[in-house]
Design a protein around this ligand. Structure first.
Ligand SMILES: [Zn+2]
Length: 95
């Protein structure tokens, strides 16, 4: 697939980026030493006791005009192909 075949419907730019925004809450149980059962001396952020994803948003963004095209590109194990991209970019709900 030629990258130039996919263009922004607003400005015709082909500089498009897939974005994945996510918000997580990391929890560290308070015990006798550093917060978190797995932390002993200091709090190491990756040694959490629980992680909960509270928000997630995926979209394709045109880097030229800033237009965003909401989609879910990580739900298909094979990724998204040319037809998927055309469908996403032609969606009327785009911001
Ligand atoms: Zn654009």
């Amino acid at each position: 697939m030629e990258p130039s075949q996919i263009v922004c419907p607003s400005c015709k730019s082909n500089i498009l980026t897939a974005k994945y925004e996510a918000k997580y809450v990391y929890s560290y149980i308070i015990d006798s030493n550093a917060p978190g059962l797995k932390n002993k001396e200091e709090l190491l952020p990756f040694l959490y006791d629980n992680r909960e994803q509270v928000e997630a948003r995926q979209y394709i963004k045109c880097e030229s005009c800033g237009k965003q095209f909401p989609c879910f590109f990580s739900t298909k194990s094979s990724g998204i192909d040319y037809n998927d991209l055309q469908k996403i970019l032609s969606n009327d709900n785009n911001i």
